[in-house]
Design a protein around this ligand. Sequence first.
Ligand code: SAH
Length: 402
Amino acid sequence: MIYLIKEIDVKVKTKFVGKIAKGYPLIAKEAIGNLNDLQEEGCLMRLVDENNRFLAKGYYGRQNKGYGWVLTQKENENIDQEFFNKIIQAAYDYRKPFFKDTETTAFRFFNGEGDGIGGIIIDHYEGNYVINWYSKGIYSYKDYIIKALQNTVTVKSIYQKKRFDTKGQYVEEDDFVLGVQPEFPLLVKENGVQFAVYLNDGAMVGVFLDQRDVRRTIRDKYAKGKTVLNMFSYTGAFSVFAALGGAVKTTSVDLANRSLPKTVEQFSVNGIDPESQNIVVMDVFNYFKYAVKKALKFDMVILDPPSFAKSKKFTFSAGKDYTNLLKDAIAITEDNGVIIASTNCSTFDMKKFKNFIEVAFREMGGKYELLEEFTLPADFRTTSDFKEGNYLKVVFIKKIKR
Ligand code: SAH
């Protein structure tokens, strides 16, 4: 299959030339001098400086404030099937150890700009692949990319999530693209633990793969004999690992109704009686109040909020409110207990996150010790050219008796 991709010369404003020349992959709207020349998303942008010197080739695709991603810095490299084959093959080579591990069958196969193309993410679930397209622009390369995937790995099935604006018209779409559809729930494994996932059920399939190392650490090093409170629990993945690690009891709190049956299911597929655990559908901010009123305290409190959330009574923004969330957690954590603070917010870095922790403990008049910290696991490959791509920050904090 051959199709012609339109190529447009794009003048990069002087202020942005250095960054792009150094390898920064995101093409910001403000970097483009001749916005009016851009036509349909997907066209190639030949980025040049003000003296028409070649900088890089990228594609036009609108995603938040970005207007595209660099594909290559080589002037004579063609963006064709061979190009995509090479990129997908490299992603596969990098993850060979994951394909060999029979105890973990769900992992990220392609992590956007970390693997050479921004705006696309591919996850692997036991031979089934889920492609997330973040712009119409990258979606226009769909045939190339799917072909490259099929050329590289054995594909049982492919599902897709179009994560770009459909102009307000929501079309109830089947996410299934090709192959043989597995039965759902599909049971995948992570370090020997089962997860029930639904590849055909909206943007979230049931598990966030980036917390794999954190979950294993909770199970193997921290859970034994502990009471665990899992806030913003979703399908209860942290609770399942804590219970399997010997926690005496887990409490999972999430305000979404679906979290209850999903958490019951996650416990059940791992042979844990859900009745022996506590699953609460509630706003976490109400649960904190309830716990204080009932004088409940926990040995371990896990905080994994979304970057931004709005509930009936509260608005939570990680950048503004994380310190207060920590203060709520500190109040109901036992002395020598552990708070696991996590955020996927890319607007602040680890240093600032640790500052939230410092301020929270100071204002609560308590002492603490940082035990360990995590960022993205190896399969979530990132590039030093795009530091904001490494969004995950997780810190294990011990609350020390005053
Ligand atoms: N910790 C989870 C992922 C959390 S995703 C895991 O390990 O899989 C974020 C979750 O926060 C969503 O399930 C959402 O329903 C929930 N949520 C958002 N705001 C909330 C609030 N105020 N109270 C309780 N849950 C909330």
